[in-house]
Design a protein around this ligand. Structure first.
Ligand code: ATP
Ligand code: MG
Length: 436
């Protein structure tokens, strides 16, 4: 057998019953191993699934049998044999092996059962092969594909924002500074201001890129590096902006609930929860949200921004995501347009995911007139000269526009029913971890 040029069957095809009784070759990694007497059982894993393989001394020969017996968890190998139905095997199929060969026997694998979370994070580069993380990464892929499809169907263009920038979009305290050929620059906290540039060229656009936040707190929903999807639409008001978010969330949830039901169930997430998501999502003004929190015994005052605790209280028993809109101007970003019908508040909306997960989207109608933007920047003491290019957008053919930012890992945490955001991304970056 040659592991590159040979003809190998994906395990999923065998589990689907496509090769019953016919000889096949498979290749992959040892997921589980045990042996007794003249029989070795290996559960082999490839990208598509896991399959139990029985290697009998008399069928495969002494040499292959001895090799199979010496396999470690995660040894890479190839087998040939015949798939047979077997109720007792995982997935209902077993390979009766006639050949076994190592690709690389390797060393005893350092991960066994019941390891601490910290240890598993130390060996994340090996732990990503686990069934749990592999499945979550497949689901993440499906979620991203669904989002891309949603925007593609609506005529959006995806553009790439820079990652190294001079502008602090979301405020200075969580900026990662770097030495840019001798002068300070920052890792991007948001691609929004660049998405606004793209909007002036292509009207409906989105960026999908990492955002970096030096988050000082340890929470189950903050990463120092996360993937941020930021659509920006010309000629959109806040109402249209919120409708788009709702449609996006409903379509993505339904796509996954319908087309990834088996994977979701295998990570113990009920796909029905996603299929039940439907608009219109409840909408609550900031003011009403504060009243509701106070009624539910949260210690929050009017004038304070909602935090994780309040969001959890508001969404704990909810089945649908909730919009919180019209936040106070003083604690929201400078680019959000003041609501002419409710001065002192901005045309903002955060979308909170249900079941206690909390904020997954922050969005708003943007200030599109130069005077208004300059006045707000002055109020917030922002250095005009760093933002000259952004102000320029309001000097040359400015148009009303709106947009939002969706945290991909926050969305995944909710959709996949995770307790912690770290398993929504292959290598989570947090305050105490940048290795591996
Ligand atoms: P929070 O109050 O939860 O910190 P935020 O108000 O700082 O969120 P925005 O600046 O509006 O968030 O960013 C837009 C979206 O990006 C959020 O709704 C969330 O989905 C995501 N996001 C923000 N910070 C993080 C982070 N540190 N880790 C993962 N996702 C994040
Ligand atoms: Mg934040």
């Amino acid at each position: 057998m040659d592991c590159i040029s040979g003809s190998f069957t994906p395990i999923a095809d065998i589990l689907a019953g496509q090769h019953e009784g016919k000889p096949v070759q498979i290749r992959g990694w040892v997921h589980r191993a045990r042996s007794s007497g003249s029989l070795a059982f290996l559960v082999l894993r490839d990208a598509s699934g896991i399959l139990q393989c029985a290697i009998k001394k008399d069928a495969a020969g002494e040499k292959a049998f001895e090799a199979a017996k010496s396999a470690y968890i995660e040894s890479s190998c190839m087998l040939a044999g015949i798939p047979k139905k077997d109720e007792r095997a995982p997935g209902g199929w077993e390979l009766a092996a006639s050949q076994f060969e190592f690709i690389h026997q390797g060393q005893p694998f350092p991960i066994s059962k019941d390891q601490s979370t910290e240890f598993l994070l130390d060996v994340r580069h090996l732990w990503l092969r686990s069934q749990k993380l592999s499945k979550l990464m497949k689901l993440r892929h499906a979620a991203l594909r669904s989002l891309h499809q949603f925007f593609d169907e609506r005529g959006f263009f995806e553009l790439a924002p820079p990652i190294i920038t001079k502008s602090a979009c979301e405020g200075g305290s969580t900026l990662f500074e770097l030495n840019y050929f001798g002068s300070p620059a920052y890792l991007s906290q948001s691609g929004q201001m660049y998405a606004e540039v793209f909007m002036t060229a292509l009207e409906k656009v989105y960026v999908l890129a990492p955002s970096f936040r030096a988050e000082p707190s340890r929470t189950v929903r903050h990463l120092a590096e996360y993937w941020h999807l930021e659509p920006e639409m010309a000629f959109y008001n806040q109402k249209m902006n919120m409708q788009l978010q709702e449609d996006m969330i409903v379509q993505t949830c339904h796509d996954l609930g319908k087309n990834q039901a088996e994977l979701l169930e295998s990570v113990e997430r009920d796909p029905k929860k996603l299929l039940a998501v439907k608009g219109p999502f409840p909408r609550l003004s900031y003011e009403k949200a504060i009243e509701k929190c106070q009624a539910l015994d949260c210690k929050i005052e009017f004038g304070q921004d909602l935090g994780a605790d309040e969001e959890a209280v508001l969404t704990k028993d909810a089945a649908q995501p909730i919009f919180i809109h019209n936040h106070l101007k003083e604690f929201k970003a400078f680019y959000m347009r003041e609501d002419p019908n409710q001065l002192g508040t901005v045309l903002s909306a955060d979308l909170l995911a249900p079941e206690g997960h909390g904020e997954i989207i922050g969005g708003s109608e943007r200030i599109w007139q130069a005077d208004e933007l300059k006045a707000r920047m002055a109020e917030q003491n922002l250095p005009m000269k760093d933002y000259q290019w952004y102000l320029d957008l309001r000097e040359y053919g400015s148009v009303p526009h709106a947009g939002f930012g969706l945290g991909i890992e926050r969305l995944c945490k909710w959709m996949f029913g995770l307790d912690h955001i770290r398993d929504a991304i292959p290598f989570p970056r947090t305050i105490n971890r940048v290795y591996p």
